[in-house]
Write a protein of this length. Structure first.
Length: 128
């Protein structure tokens, strides 16, 4: 699979997940954050903010995919936020369901690595 295709799939997936979280934050994040945690209004609203961030980043990555400067930078930003999400999940692991921590760590880490790979590959492809 080409780095461009992978970046498109990841951007579309990020946008779709972000939209789902904005529309139904408790339902979408309950397995990750814990059902009892997302019942607190502030947790649901913070999840909604996270969804809005991912919706925006996903749309930005799709829109800038063919831009040789902005595209790799947006993907690098996605890698940064995914890395921070992964670390934050690990720091909060005692207050979260074990399966949610495991899934979020795997998905967040893989997404960070994939975005970094795509960012670097697309930068090198357009530089030459």
């Amino acid at each position: 699979m080409s780095p461009r295709r992978l970046a498109w799939i990841m951007g579309a997936g990020r946008a779709a997940l972000g939209l789902a979280i904005v529309v139904a934050p408790r339902e979408v994040t309950g397995g990750w954050l814990g059902r009892e945690n997302v019942e607190h209004p502030i947790v649901a609203r913070l999840a909604m903010m996270l969804g809005g961030r991912d919706l925006g980043l996903g749309l930005a990555s799709l829109q800038t995919l063919d831009d040789p400067i902005a595209g790799p930078r947006v993907l690098a930003a996605c890698a940064l936020v995914d890395s921070i999400d992964t670390v934050a999940t690990l720091l909060a692991r005692r207050s979260m369901p074990r399966a949610g921590v495991l899934a979020a760590t795997i998905v967040g880490g893989a997404s960070a690595a994939g975005c970094l790979y795509c960012s670097r590959s697309l930068r090198l492809t357009t530089a030459g």
